[in-house]
Design a protein around this ligand. Structure first.
Ligand code: DQA
Length: 144
């Protein structure tokens, strides 16, 4: 199998950005742990981060054509604003898991609504960076 992990804007700052909310692990730590799990399960994994909405959309389009079976996405702030990312995900036929490191429902009300949740097969919020591992386990099991 093949899985794409997409991290949205500001997640390149993970580990140093509001660590009381997002923790001390860096994005590299998160991606390395995901790669380890994927390799053990015999999955190909591609982990990408972008601060640009269009780049995230282009990566979703590429996933339609390269045999990617699942996308794990933390759209970050675009979660709450981006119809364009929702539309791109609607054009992708595999499974989609939405991950938020923090419990968005416990925070400002503008974080309570997600466009991406309309498409996501599963949503994980508030488990910290372990949420990505939970999503990857779901991907691996769904296709076992
Ligand atoms: C986030 C939550 C979003 O509201 C926020 O804009 C982020 C990160 C999370 O992982 O908890 O950048 O997606």
């Amino acid at each position: 199998g093949k899985v794409l992990v997409l991290h949205g804007p500001n997640l390149n700052l993970l580990g140093t950005r509001q660590p009381e909310i997002y923790g001390h692990e860096t994005l590299e730590d998160v991606n390395n742990a995901l790669r380890e799990t994927a390799v053990l399960a015999g999955w190909d994994i591609d982990c990408r981060q972008s601060n640009h909405e269009g780049e995230l959309i282009d990566a979703i389009h590429a996933a339609r054509l390269d045999g990617t079976q699942a996308i794990i996405i933390n759209p970050a702030a675009y979660t709450h604003t981006s119809v364009a990312i929702l539309d791109a995900l609607n054009a992708f036929e595999g499974r989609v898991y939405e991950v938020h490191i923090s419990n968005v429902h416990q925070r400002e009300s503008f974080r309570h609504h997600s466009y991406v949740s309309l498409r996501a097969d599963g949503v994980i919020a508030g488990l910290g960076t372990r949420g990505y591992q939970a999503a990857l386990n779901a991907v691996i099991r769904a296709s076992a």
